[in-house]
Design a protein around this ligand. Structure first.
Ligand SMILES: [Zn+2]
Length: 254
């Protein structure tokens, strides 16, 4: 099976003897780092571009997801860092979201600009992939995981104001800048998608002022654990996971 991973970090310890391939897409060239993991082929995308330099509001989500889709990837794992808006979710915890709110402002959000397609979003994340990842986390020592949560996606690149967080915290649990439109586009391609979110800070107003290097420091500390969660989850994947994801898109066209 072909598995996609989207991450803001290169995760070099996850990929053994990888090969870089360049995929031409209508949205620009995308570099995929390809390797094997057990019986599966893994296609890794540095979400922020080959040189990891694109800020969140300029990430080429269309290109990234298109490149995975034309490589016949069926399951996608997305890794991201987030802020917590709930006191029960602390820095260093993992959250595997079950839903999201898209509060972005200026990103292209669909592959269907010339067609009336309305993808069902009742369950935006693949239930099978989420369950596998939760199970993996629960079997690992040193992992605190929240098996559900609502991820609110902001436009960035600035962080949120304290007033925004007071508002958002009434409807969501974690906040970040990258999940949308990634998850939306993956569903449009009929791919199964789940996200592993590492909480790196409490959001504005819930801790002292935020420093960007604080986020990096927590991520670096947890990176081996993230690789391990992905490795074990992918190795536990069977050929056929029962789930509605591929059929949802076939019901979406008017
Ligand atoms: Zn699925």
């Amino acid at each position: 099976m072909r598995i996609g991973i989207l991450s803001g970090h290169h995760m070099l310890d996850l990929m053994k003897n990888p090969e870089d391939i360049k995929v031409h897409t209508p949205y620009g060239d995308i570099v995929l780092r390809v390797s094997t993991l057990g019986k599966h082929e893994v296609f890794f995308v540095q979400r922020h571009g080959e040189f990891a330099n694109l800020p969140p509001h300029r990430v080429n989500h269309l290109g990234n997801i298109h490149a995975l889709a034309v490589s016949h990837v069926s399951n996608v794992f997305s890794v991201g860092t987030v802020g917590s808006m709930q006191k029960t979710i602390r820095p260093g915890d993992f959250v595997i979201p079950h839903d999201f709110i898209d509060a972005t402002k200026s990103r292209p959000v669909t592959f269907f600009d010339d067609q009336r397609v309305h993808v069902d979003m009742t369950e935006p994340f693949c239930p099978s992939l989420r369950e596998l990842m939760v199970k993996t986390c629960r079997n690992l020592k040193d992992v605190t995981v929240q098996d559900h949560g609502v991820y609110l996606v902001t436009e960035g690149p600035r962080l949120e104001t304290a007033a925004e967080i007071r508002l958002y915290s009434k409807v969501a649990d974690i906040v970040g800048m990258t999940l949308a439109p990634e998850v939306i586009l993956a569903r449009e391609k009929g791919m199964c998608f789940a996200s592993l979110c590492l909480v790196c800070n409490m959001a504005a107003g819930l801790q002292q002022r935020l420093k960007a290097n604080e986020i990096t420091a927590i991520y670096k500390k947890k990176e081996p654990l993230i690789s391990n969660i992905l490795r074990l989850t992918i190795q536990s994947l069977d050929e056929k996971q029962p789930c509605p994801c591929p059929s949802d898109i076939s019901k979406a066209t008017l």
